[in-house]
Design a protein around this ligand. Structure first.
Ligand SMILES: N[C@@H](CCC(=O)N[C@@H](CS)C(=O)NCC(=O)O)C(=O)O
Length: 202
């Protein structure tokens, strides 16, 4: 049994999805209504995973931990080029695409409405669109970054793709990437994770 600290529809939704795809029981705890979440994670960020006596932070580290412990099609466990590529894709999602989207939230938080704010939003969106083109180029001969099955990187990207709608920017997700995202959104683990988060309220 795992415990996951989450914020609804945040990047923790990807860990929530992976846990359910791996058929693991999970207790969800909302981080945004916690009386002092800094005692759980001084960085005050989700996801935080409790596994027995161990507390894990950083989404990519959590993904690697879970997929090593519970082998599945979500991530190759055998050392070699296929796993190295999967690690690269996981970090592309977590350390490149996620921060690109985080810029939108940062601009919204610190900038007053006006021309400069809109210019910054558009610059951030341009960067995001370039990254989606990179994803698209990898999906020309396979439905998922993980090949024939969704990988943790596909799941992370599908979660981030939902964030753009909150901003007045044109985020263009190309067709094969859109298909990948739609397929992830129909995975039983994704549907169950989203429902569980919604059931606990925002
Ligand atoms: N590098 C961290 C980044 C995590 C992160 O940015 N989490 C966001 C949600 S997606 C967060 O907790 N933000 C705090 C907040 O929204 O109050 C990771 O990958 O786990």
């Amino acid at each position: 049994m795992y415990t996951l600290y989450y914020i609804q529809e945040a990047c923790s939704l990807a860990v929530n999805t992976v846990l359910r795809e791996l058929e693991q029981d999970v207790t969800l705890i909302r981080a945004d209504t916690h009386s002092d979440f800094s005692t759980v994670n001084p960085a005050q960020q989700v996801p935080v995973l409790i596994d027995g006596d161990e507390k894990l932070v950083e989404g990519a580290a959590i993904m690697l931990h879970l997929t090593s412990k519970h082998p599945s099609h979500l991530f190759p466990t055998e050392p070699g080029p296929v796993r190295r590529r999967a690690i690269e894709q996981l970090l592309f999602a977590n350390a490149t695409m996620h921060p690109a989207y985080s810029r939108l939230f940062f601009i919204a938080r610190v900038m007053q409405h006006g021309t400069v704010r809109q210019q910054l939003f558009e610059a951030a969106a341009k960067g995001i669109n370039q990254l989606w083109q990179q994803v698209e180029s990898q999906l020309q001969s396979q439905p998922f970054l993980g090949g024939q099955h969704a990988s943790v990187a596909d799941i992370l990207l599908a979660v981030y793709s939902r964030w753009g709608a909150a901003f007045e920017v044109d985020i263009v997700i190309p067709p094969r990437t859109t298909q990948m995202i739609e397929a992830v959104k129909h995975m039983p683990g994704f549907v169950a994770a989203l429902q569980a988060e919604q059931a606990q309220g925002a």
